[in-house]
Ligand binder design. Structure first.
Ligand code: FE
Length: 206
């Protein structure tokens, strides 16, 4: 399954932001964490998102075509990643209360006003099936700066936000979220119960 020519640690050197992606479908609100949102064209302004197909937010956007991207800043606590990233909207209502200053924009989707510095509302015009992910190509219908704070990067998250693994435990740690699997051998088909990443994203605790 793992390609010996691909060093995962090389891919981690790519720079990414971290964002809360939100959707609304017939009164149902949901959101998830994504690390890929780029401005891809200027006029009209377009963005491209890569979204894991396993999530409910993915399916909602595929259907409704509308979304908000809340740009997280460096003040974001781990709890935001746990809330939006490590549980499924199929099991919990992530917007049961006004979380992190959530407000609705004109497209009916929530966005966050806490730990964020901008919100971008998009309308999907094209999709590309990427296997594990769908690329959503979208026109920006509204964009608003919320604060002058520094946007959080994936690198900053790894170095400053993700909790360090518990010491003296024999097992494997998820490089994405820090979940620790206790045991000598990690099953090849293991899926992280928190962030849903595969066994290839785990490393052995030494
Ligand atoms: Fe994980």
């Amino acid at each position: 399954m793992n390609n010996p020519n691909i060093d995962q640690s090389a891919v981690f050197k790519l720079s990414y932001g971290l964002f809360v992606l939100t959707a609304n479908d017939e009164g149902k609100d949901n959101g998830c964490i994504i690390n890929t949102c780029i401005q891809a064209a200027e006029n009209p302004m377009r963005v491209v998102l890569a979204v894991n197909k396993n999530g409910l937010t993915h399916d909602m956007i595929l259907k409704t075509r509308k979304f908000n991207v809340s740009v997280l800043d460096e003040s974001v606590p781990m709890e935001v990643f746990r809330h939006f990233g490590f549980q499924s909207g199929r099991e919990v209502n992530k917007f049961s209360s006004a979380v992190y200053g959530a407000k609705k924009s004109e497209n009916g989707c929530y966005y966050l006003t806490e730990h964020t510095n901008a919100v971008i509302s998009g309308y999907v015009t094209d999709t590309v099936d990427m296997g594990t992910h769908t690329l959503f190509i979208a026109t920006v219908v509204k964009a608003e700066k919320l604060a002058d704070t520094t946007s959080v990067t994936y690198d900053y998250y790894f170095k400053n936000i993700k909790p360090a693994p518990a010491p003296k435990v024999k097992g494997w740690v998820c490089k994405i979220c820090g979940y620790v699997y206790e045991g000598e051998e990690l099953p090849a088909d293991f899926i992280c119960p928190l962030c849903k990443h595969p066994a290839s994203d785990f490393e052995k605790l030494v």
